[in-house]
Design a protein around this ligand. Structure first.
Ligand SMILES: C[S@@+](CC[C@H](N)C(=O)[O-])C[C@H]1O[C@@H](n2cnc3c(N)ncnc32)[C@H](O)[C@@H]1O
Length: 222
């Protein structure tokens, strides 16, 4: 069972709560119209729908079958294909190239994130766009006390923002779930075009709008 299957519904609720951190930026940077799109590590399909509204066809893949089940149920779309696959197994020979490749909070889950970015970039069609939201440069070890402190801070932040105790409880439960591993700090967003996959190519895009005050430190990745 994939790690995210152990807390798929909890993660889906949590992802709803933090959606505001990413969606405004994605809405700005995604092309209004495109051909083929890939949502790599689509989770419950939250951003697949953004792609589906703008692209002719979307391939949405994830290793977590339970999250894919939620995605198929919640976001059925005639031009989306959901598949249980490891993003590292995608290839140009088997899958072709994509005009848009999106990976939200996924790359840091792979043992070699730089290789994952290179691989995703290799799937981008000429003139296409690679959009990655993830952490850069882990800056500190996420020990248990630090995770607990962060979880409380993030829950307090969401409580102030949404005035919802259940949402704050969801943040705490997700952050402290025993199957989650510790994560280093995370930047809100970075983007690159389909240029060669070097670290220089992942030039920072505009950060997403932040309607509310952010939590006290950058959030650990999901
Ligand atoms: C933090 S979640 C983000 C999900 C979704 N992109 C979102 O923003 O709501 C990370 C996702 O990456 C998936 N994942 C991790 N490793 C993967 C891999 N090698 N190939 C495909 N998906 C992977 C996990 O199963 C999980 O659904």
């Amino acid at each position: 069972m994939a790690r995210f299957d152990a807390f798929s519904e909890l993660f889906d609720r949590y992802a709803d709560i933090i959606d505001h951190r990413y969606r405004p930026w994605l809405e700005q940077v995604l092309p209004q119209q495109a051909g083929r799109a890939l949502d790599a590590g689509c989770g419950a399909g939250r951003y697949t729908t953004l792609l589906a509204d703008r692209c002719q066809h979307v391939l949405s893949i994830d290793v977590a079958e339970r999250l894919l089940t939620i995605a198929r149920h919640r976001h059925p779309h005639p031009n989306v294909t959901f598949q249980q696959r490891d993003l590292r197994d995608l290839s140009v020979a088997a899958d072709g190239r994509f005009d848009v490749v999106l990976a939200v909070a996924v790359v840091h889950h792979l043992p070699d994130p730089e290789q994952a970015v290179r691989h995703l970039a290799s799937l981008v069609a000429p003139g296409g766009r690679l959009l990655i939201i993830d952490m850069v440069r882990p800056s500190q070890r996420w020990t248990r006390p630090r995770i607990v402190r962060y979880a409380v801070a993030e829950a307090t932040h969401e409580l102030a923002r949404r005035r919802s105790l259940p949402d704050a409880a969801t943040v705490l439960r997700l952050r402290l779930h025993s199957r989650r591993r510790s994560s280093p700090s995370c930047t809100p967003a970075s983007a690159c075009t389909g240029r060669p996959p070097t670290s220089q190519a992942t030039q920072a895009g505009r950060p997403p709008a932040r309607p509310a005050r952010p939590p006290p430190s950058r959030p650990p990745a999901l």
